[in-house]
Design a binder for this molecule. Structure first.
Ligand code: NDP
Length: 342
C-alpha cells in the first residue's frame, strides 16, 4: 500500500513507520519542518534511497487545505493521522491544544474527501481520553468498552480551557467527535477507524536529542528510572507502543474495522510496577539514584479501580498484547542506550 503518515517524527509514529516499511509499504511522512526529516532519513537510509520513504512538510495543520498538496501528489491507499499535541508546555490551550487536534483532524478528512479519492481507509490516533469519564475517578467495577464516551463533550470546549490537563482530554475527545460528525455529514468514499489508546509506553524509536526531550508518556517511566520524579497516577490502563503501532497497520486492511473505534490496551497497570521492576532488575542503579520504593508489591487503590474490555481489538485486529514486564525490559534497555549516547 501507499500510506500517508502524519507526524512521522513522533513517538508512536516512529514505530508505525518501521512496521509499514517492514511490510513493504511506500510511506510519505509529514513533519512540520525540513529539519525534522534529518534523523528519519538517517534512520531509514535504504528506504529513502529506494523511494519507499518520502517526506512532505506541513507547517501548520490547522490551515484549511493544509494536506491538499501532499494528498494530491501521490495515489494513497490509506492515511494514518497521528499528529496532535501531547505535551503540557502550553500557554494558550485553545490555540496550541484544541485547534491543532480538532482542525488537524477535520482538515485532513476534508482534504482526503476532496482531493484523494484513492484513499480507502483513514486511521485516526484518538485516545482513551475520549472514552473515560474522569469525573468518576477510580470507578471500581466499571469495565470501559468502545460504547463509552467521555460524557462532558457538550460543554467540553469550555471545560477544556480550565487547565492544560483538561485541555488535552478535550482536544482528543473533540477531535474524535468531529471526525465521526464529518463521516456522518459528508458520507465520504473512505472509511474511518479510530484507535483509543490509554497511556502508551515502550521503547522510544524517535529522535531523542536529550533524555529531558523524551515523549511525554515515556518520561513517566524515565523520571522514576532516573530518580528525578515519582510515579504519575492518572489512568489505570496502558498499552505498549508496538501493539498500538501494530493496530494502526492492521487497521489499514481490516474490513471489520470500517467505521469502528477500538480501545487499544493490554489492561490495567499501576506505576508502582515500574518502581518494583527497577528495584528488582537494576538494584544498584535504584540505590545509587535513591529511587523511592514506596509500597513494594502494593498495586491499585484499596477500594478498587476500573478495568477495560479488550476483546473487540483482539477479535477484529488480532492483537496479542505485550505485558508490563516485557515492555519495561525493552524500554529500560533503550533508555540505557540513549543515556550512553549522551
Ligand atoms: P509525540 O509528541 O511524540 O508526537 C506527536 C506528533 O504530533 C509529533 O509529530 C508532533 O510534531 C505532532 N504535533 C504536535 N503538535 C502539533 C501541532 N500543533 N501541529 C502539528 N503537529 C503537531 O506524541 P505521541 O507519539 O505520544 O502521540 C501521538 C498520538 O498518539 C497523538 O495523537 C496523541 O494524542 C496520541 N496518544 C498518545 C498517548 C501516549 O501515551 N503517548 C496516549 C493516547 C493517545 P512536532 O515534533 O513537530 O511537535
Amino acid at each position: 500500500s501507499t500510506v500517508l503518515l502524519t507526524g512521522a517524527n513522533g513517538f508512536v509514529a516512529a514505530t508505525i513507520l518501521q512496521k509499514l516499511l517492514d511490510r513493504g509499504d511506500t510511506v510519505v511522512g509529514t513533519v512540520r519542518s525540513e529539519s525534522k526529516t534529518k534523523y528519519l532519513r538517517e534512520q531509514h537510509k535504504a528506504a529513502v534511497n529506494s523511494d519507499k520513504l518520502k517526506f512532505a512538510i506541513v507547517e501548520d495543520i490547522t490551515v484549511p487545505g493544509a494536506f491538499d498538496e501532499v494528498l494530491s501528489s501521490y495515489q494513497f491507499d490509506a492515511v494514518l493521522h497521528t499528529s496532535s499535541p501531547f505535551h503540557y508546555n502550553i500557554t494558550d490551550i485553545d490555540k496550541e491544544l484544541l485547534q491543532p487536534a480538532i482542525q488537524g483532524t477535520t482538515g485532513i478528512l476534508d482534504s482526503v474527501h476532496r482531493v484523494a479519492p484513492s484513499v480507502k481507509r483513514v486511521v485516526l490516533t484518538s485516545s482513551f481520553a475520549s472514552v473515560v469519564d474522569r469525573s468518576q475517578g477510580d470507578r471500581p467495577g466499571k469495565v470501559y468498552t468502545e460504547a463509552d464516551w467521555n460524557p462532558v463533550s457538550d460543554t467540553n470546549r469550555e471545560e477544556g480551557l480550565k487547565d492544560v490537563g483538561s485541555g488535552y482530554y478535550a482536544s482528543k475527545l473533540l477531535a474524535e467527535q468531529a471526525a465521526w460528525d464529518f463521516m456522518k455529514e459528508k458520507n465520504p468514499s473512505f472509511t474511518l477507524t479510530a484507535l483509543c489508546p490509554p497511556m502508551v509506553y515502550g521503547p522510544p524509536e524517535q529522535e531523542v536529542p536529550s533524555m529531558a526531550k523524551l515523549n511525554t508518556s515515556d518520561l513517566d517511566i524515565y523520571g522514576i528510572f532516573n530518580g528525578t520524579d515519582g510515579p504519575h497516577y492518572g489512568v489505570w490502563i496502558w498499552v505498549d507502543v508496538r501493539d498500538l503501532s501494530e493496530a494502526h497497520v492492521r487497521a489499514i486492511d481490516c474490513a471489520a474495522a470500517a467505521n469502528q473505534r477500538y480501545i487499544i490496551s493490554q489492561g490495567n497497570f499501576d506505576p508502582q510496577m515500574f518502581i518494583d521492576y527497577i528495584w528488582k532488575h537494576y538494584p544498584e542503579r535504584a540505590a545509587a539514584k535513591g529511587i523511592d520504593k514506596r509500597n513494594t508489591g502494593k498495586y491499585y487503590p484499596d477500594g478498587g479501580n476500573y478495568g477495560v474490555d479488550t476483546s473487540k481489538s483482539v477479535r477484529d485486529l488480532g492483537l496479542k498484547y505485550t505485558t508490563v514486564d516485557e515492555m519495561l525490559k525493552d524500554t529500560l534497555k533503550k533508555f540505557e542506550e540513549l543515556e550512553a549516547e549522551g
